[in-house]
Structure formats: structure tokens, C-alpha cells
Write a protein that binds this ligand. Structure first.
Ligand code: PSV
Ligand code: MN
Ligand code: MN
Length: 424
């Protein structure tokens, strides 16, 4: 389905007056709005190919309709999101859920939609039909060398696909670990994983990065071989300059201070990228900002502070991606909401009075420091986020336009009601 620019223009015209009033008020509340708006225009958040269909749990899945059935249709869906918000200009593929059999054509299709290829993801957490060895007891950590080799070869294959698509990073998330005490020799599992990662690292092109994603639990419930940021950092350090830690917001133990983790990883020059989502309990993969918006803001506050301290480019120097699952919402609407929530948190962080905060910190003025942060969090920045969209040629209210244009109904008419998208 195509959303023509005149439809966006007429949607924007109908909302313009109200938007301009809100923007004028926001400008009177926040200093430096022009600079913030430009940063928002530049900021792009990649969409994972596996988040475009309805997700499920191990108890069931309630399929939606009109889901993308092929890689081409997934690209079209991300293109649609990007047309509506001009902030989702990249897609991240998961191999072998997505196999770009004709990479040239896939690249051309993505370019037609204004999309780039974000990190490519390997999958050694499931057995594939044509696979010789099982990953039941792990992949890169496995006690069996032949299994480790199979997993290493798969990662190298993924890098090759990524090169053909113009991607420049590989994300490795391992489900490796153990379910029971005594099952695993931790030291040997670490060593095997490191040696396997080193072989994968050796296959990385010079201008590529490898992201080592950690996760505290699930599917292994006693130990995870890359279970926290300390373990990930340890691998990334040993691997070399092209290796970084990737933070997925849902992969921590309850109440972990993620903003502090982010700050320290940035200081160590080892923060590589993000998977955004939200959760109440664990890896719930809910819409970013839907449960803990203040935490999301605090994380962005550290990101902005840490990246500015190191002179980093907010839009380019880290990998930004959503990693969510949609069990009850229309995935595309949910993704639009996620991007909006991320933009709001980013805009709030950009509006923090850094100088005043630093002064408060240097003077141990705890009350003032809290006031500064909460003031930024409680100031409504939605009009400047909408203004950034307007300037980029997107819709003032993407979810409303999505509904006005009956996008889902159109997709169902095109693709059918019973579609099963690949992925989780
Ligand atoms: C694992 O929970 C994860 O967060 C990893 O990023 C995977 O690649 C993704 O979800 C999809 O399973
Ligand atoms: Mn993830
Ligand atoms: Mn996850």
C-alpha cells in the first residue's frame, strides 16, 4: 500500500492550526528548540523485520491480518512507517527468518522506500530444518567443536548477507547458558564462546562492528553465558576495537539501573547499540515508554550527556533499534507508538539544562538536581517532536493518519486475513 504525499499534506493541513498553537507555547517553555528539532529530524530508529507480524507467547498466538509474508512485504511495511513518521529509515534483518535471495533487488526495493539496512542478526537459538547439529545445549559455547563450527559458519554467512545489503554491523544474541546447576563448566563455556566469537570477529570487514547482546535469563534459566553487561563488556574488550556491547532494555534483572549501565559503557567506549522496548517483569517486549517512561527519559539523559562528553554524533555513532513483540496491538500502530515514545524521551533529554544540572551536582544540591530532571520530564515536548516530523515531510499524527487511511484494512485486502509472518 502506498501513502501519497498529498494525503500527508492534507492531514497536516487539518491539524496545522492547533499544532502551531502548541508549538508556540512549547517554545516559550523550552530553550533551544530549533537545535532540538534538527536533532530529532536527524534521529532514525531501525525497525526489526520480526516485529512486523503479530507476536505470541508459548501459550498461544492470536494472528492479525495482512501481515507481511515475504521480505519484500516487510520492507514495504517499514517503508510505510517511514513515510508516516520519517524516523524509521532502516530495517534490521534476522537470518534465516529473512533470506535475501536476490540482494540487488532487495537493496533496490529498500532504497526505493528510503531505507537502509541496519545490523544483521544471526540465529543460533533455534534449530533449522536443514541443520546438521542441534543447538539444544548451546551454540558458540557448545562442548562439541563441530557444533561450535556450525554456529560460527552461520554467523560468517550472516556477515556475507549483510555485506551484500550494505549493512555494517552484526548483532550476536546467544541463548547459550544452562538450566541447572552443574550442567555447565562456566569457565569452559566462556572460553569456548570467546574463541568462537574471535573466529567470527576475524571475518568482519574493517568498517564493520559486532554487537554482543546480553540477556539475564530465558531461554536458559540458571545461567546465561552472556548474561549481563559485565560479561558482554569482557567479550567486547577481548575481541577488539570493532566489538561493542548492545543493551536491550528488557534483558536486565528487575530494578537494574540501566541508565548507570549506559553511562559506564559509554565512558568505556564500548556502548554499541540499543534495542528499545518496555517491560514490567522481564523481557516483555512491550511498547517503548508504555510502562516506565521516566526510566526511558533517564536513559536518554545519560546517553545525551555521555555522547556529548565524547563528542559523538547522536544519530550516527550508536545503533538504535526497536526490539518488541506485539501480541494484542496492530504491530504497525505499536511501532509508530514506540518511535514516538523514543523521540519524546530523546527530546526531553535534549531539553535538560545541562549547565544547571552540573552546577547542582558539583554543589551536592540534590533537590535542585531532581527538580531539573523532573522539570524536563514533565514538560510536554510533543509539539516539537511533531514539528520535526512536519519538517521532514511526515504526518503530524502518524497513528491517526494510519487509521484515517485504513492502512490495516488495505493490507488485509491485499494480503489476506490469514497471514503468518516469519519471526517471533
Ligand atoms: C532475544 O530476546 C532478543 O532480544 C534478541 O535481540 C533476538 O535477536 C530478538 O530478541 C529476537 O528473538
Ligand atoms: Mn534484543
Ligand atoms: Mn529480547
Amino acid at each position: 500500500m502506498l501513502v501519497e504525499s498529498y494525503k500527508i499534506a492534507s492531514h497536516n493541513d487539518s491539524l496545522l492550526k492547533g499544532h502551531e498553537n502548541k508549538l508556540a507555547f512549547t517554545r516559550s517553555e523550552i530553550a533551544g528548540t530549533e537545535e532540538i528539532i534538527q536533532k530529532l529530524v536527524d534521529f532514525q530508529i531501525a525497525i526489526p523485520s520480526w516485529a512486523l507480524g503479530t507476536g505470541g507467547t508459548r501459550f498461544g498466538r492470536f494472528a492479525g491480518g495482512g501481515e507481511p509474508r515475504t521480505l519484500e512485504e516487510k520492507i514495504e511495511d517499514v517503508g510505510l512507517l517511514h513515510t508516516l513518521n520519517k524516523a524509521s529509515g532502516a530495517i534490521s534483518l534476522h537470518i534465516p527468518w529473512d533470506i535475501p535471495t536476490d540482494p540487488k533487488a532487495i537493496r533496490a526495493l529498500a532504497a526505493q522506500h528510503g531505507l537502509k539496512f541496519d545490523a544483521v542478526n544471526s540465529n543460533t537459538f533455534q534449530d533449522q530444518a536443514d541443520q546438521e547439529h542441534t543447538y539444544k545445549f548451546g551454540s558458540l559455547q557448545n562442548v562439541n567443536k563441530a557444533i561450535r563450527k556450525q554456529a560460527i559458519d552461520h554467523n560468517i554467512e550472516v556477515i556475507k548477507h549483510g555485506i551484500e545489503l550494505g549493512s555494517d554491523s552484526l548483532t550476536v544474541w546467544l541463548s547459550d547458558g544452562s538450566c541447572f546447576p552443574g550442567q555447565l563448566n562456566f569457565r569452559k563455556a566462556y572460553q569456548n564462546t570467546l574463541e568462537s566469537l574471535q573466529e567470527i570477529y576475524a571475518a568482519l570487514p574493517d568498517d564493520w562492528k559486532i554487537f554482543v547482546e546480553y540477556k539475564a535469563f530465558e531461554p536458559n534459566f540458571y545461567s546465561m553465558t552472556v548474561g549481563d553487561w559485565g560479561q558482554s563488556l569482557s567479550y567486547a574488550r577481548k575481541l577488539g576495537d570493532k566489538a561493542y556491547t548492545l543493551v536491550d532494555l528488557g534483558h536486565h534483572l528487575p530494578n537494574a539501573n540501566i541508565e548507570q549501565i549506559v553511562s559506564l559503557l559509554l565512558m568505556e567506549e564500548k556502548l554499541g547499540g540499543f534495542h528499545f522496548n518496555d517491560s514490567k517483569y522481564g523481557d516483555d517486549d512491550l511498547t517503548a515508554g508504555s510502562v516506565k517512561p521516566y526510566q526511558l527519559f533517564l536513559i536518554f539523559n545519560e546517553l545525551v550527556e555521555g555522547m556529548d562528553a565524547r563528542g559523538m554524533n547522536h544519530a550516527k555513532d550508536l545503533g538504535w533499534m526497536i526490539d518488541a513483540s506485539h501480541n494484542v496491538k496492530d504491530p504497525l500502530e505499536d511501532l509508530l507508538q514506540s518511535v514516538e515514545a523514543i523521540m519524546i524521551a530523546y527530546a526531553q533529554a535534549l531539553s535538560v539544562d545541562r549547565k544547571a544540572l552540573e552546577d547542582a551536582q558539583e554543589n551536592n544540591d540534590v533537590v535542585r538536581a531532581q527538580e531539573i530532571l523532573q522539570n524536563a520530564f514533565r514538560t510536554d515536548v510533543r509539539a516539537i517532536v511533531a514539528e520535526a516530523r512536519l519538517r521532514a515531510g511526515a504526518a503530524l499524527n502518524p497513528v491517526a493518519l494510519y487509521r484515517e487511511l485504513k492502512v490495516r484494512e488495505n493490507l488485509i485486502a491485499e494480503r489476506g486475513l490469514k497471514t503468518v509472518s516469519t519471526g517471533l
